[in-house]
Design a protein around this ligand. Structure first.
Ligand code: RFL
Ligand code: PHB
Length: 389
């Protein structure tokens, strides 16, 4: 089989790329190791920057997002028993949209099916070949039979644990990494959100986040030690710990219920450089990871994909490889700014086990400064809504 672009991974990065290319008349095949239901069952991001919303509009998949997404003009920071609102819209003139990654993925899968574009699910033993030459190939096994896909380019959109980045010899890539000594225990529940906007809470017992998926479905997270296991957290224990980390008004208002999903995500910062190797381009979590505190992972995946789609469209329509040549450099500039912001939000709001009294006082001073200074609030807001694409 032959295609123009072989896309590895049917997460949001791979599906969005496929859709942008399909609309430009460029043929792409997606190889995904899991089933559609498995992909849709992963509960992850919830906050979309306006750049991401624009990308989904360009891909022709934003109708339901505009009907069902919740536009949020602000977020709240909670510490010392009080909540402080950061008015994103007043400070920066832009807002964010609450719309689950599951829904984004669903809409993209539907659009891909409607366009008749090929996704091969449950493709096993995917391997990448000859991307340093002019004729790259991808091999995979499906239903016990080996197949080969020939292509012009490979897009590695297969997430942090994917095969694409690992196919590049170690000597050709440089890794920058920080692993945090804690994770997030997340719960999804069919309960109304505790507040109209997201609450990011810094508390002596650890960080907590109150988020949502809709007006009837909530998503909550608490910071837990890195070695904690979700099975040790009953719903009652989770709600009790969350309540203790919130301000009294939120703790009082919290509506609890059975969890629909409960899992622990480790926190990590990670960047691979470069993100182009000959005819292989990495995009999304395959190229970088941010801790979820700044809500940047899915959004960065979308902006990588916009740069890559533009580069490929320029190549096919104008026979100009300039956009592809600039891909790695352009993406990494935006990636590192999101890495910095996500690291900073994480440092500001979490309890670090090795923090001494001095570090703790600095953290308190910084929280006071961020909510007390219009300039500092604006810097947070500017990054949270997303830097310009
Ligand atoms: P994905 O979503 O991991 O998709 C990669 C796909 O590739 C497949 N795959 C393979 N396919 C073929 N062969 C192989 N060898 C393969 N190996 C893997 C996988 O099955 C999968 O389908 O990566 P992508 O597309 O780059 O998307 C990235 C986002 O998923 C991620 O950045 C966000 O979820 C991060 N994130 C958040 N981002 C935000 O922008 N806002 C948020 O509010 C937000 N909250 C979060 C998050 C991530 C979280 N976790 C669990 C890590 C909250 C959490 C808790
Ligand atoms: C979420 O709703 O899952 C979510 C929201 C904001 C974050 C991280 C995750 O910063």
């Amino acid at each position: 089989m032959r295609t123009q672009v072989a896309i590895i991974g049917a997460g949001p990065a791979g599906l969005l790329l496929g859709q942008l290319l399909a609309r430009a008349g460029i043929d792409a095949v997606i190889l995904e190791q899991r089933s559609p239901d498995y992909v849709l069952g992963r509960i992850r991001a919830g906050i979309l920057e306006s750049v991401t919303v624009d990308a989904l509009e360009r891909a022709g998949v934003a109708a339901r997002l505009h009907r069902e997404g919740l536009v949020h003009h602000g977020i709240e920071l909670a510490f010392d028993g009080t909540r402080h609102r950061i008015d994103l819209h007043a400070l920066i003139g832009r807002s964010v949209t609450v719309y689950g990654q599951t829904e984004v993925t669903h809409d993209l899968m539907d659009a891909r099916a409607a366009a008749g574009a090929l996704t091969i699910y449950e493709a096993e033993q995917v391997s990448l070949h000859d991307f340093d030459a002019d004729t790259p190939r991808v091999r995979y096994t499906k239903d016990g039979r080996q197949h080969e896909l020939q292509c012009d380019f490979i897009a590695g959109c297969d997430g942090f644990h994917g095969v694409s980045r690992q196919s590049v010899p170690e000597r050709s890539r440089q890794i920058f990494e920080r692993v945090y000594p804690f994770g997030w225990l997340g719960v999804l529940s069919e309960t109304p959100p505790v507040a109209d906007e997201l609450i990011y809470a810094s508390h002596e017992r650890g960080f907590a986040l109150c988020s949502m998926r809709s007006l009837t479905r909530s998503r909550y997270y608490i910071q837990v030690p890195a070695d904690e296991q979700a099975k040790d957290w009953s719903d009652a224990r989770f709600w009790d710990e969350l309540r203790r980390r919130l301000d009294p008004a939120a703790a009082e208002a919290l509506v609890t219920g059975p969890s629909i999903e409960k899992s622990i995500a480790p926190l990590r910062s990670f960047v691979c450089e470069p993100i182009r190797f000959g005819r292989l381009f990495l995009a999304g979590d395959a190229a970088h990871i941010v801790p979820p505190t700044g809500a940047k992972g899915l959004n960065l995946a979308a902006s990588d994909v916009l740069y890559l789609a533009d580069g490929l469209i320029q190549y096919y329509q104008e026979r100009d490889g300039g956009g592809l040549d600039g891909y790695s450099h352009k993406c990494l500039a935006r990636i590192w700014k999101a890495e910095r912001f996500s690291w900073w939000m994480t440092s500001l709001l979490h309890r670090f086990p090795d923090a001494d009294a001095f570090a703790r006082r600095l953290q308190q001073a910084e929280l006071d400064y961020v909510v007390g200074s219009a300039a500092a609030s604006a810097a947070l807001a500017e990054n949270y809504v997303g830097l310009p694409y």
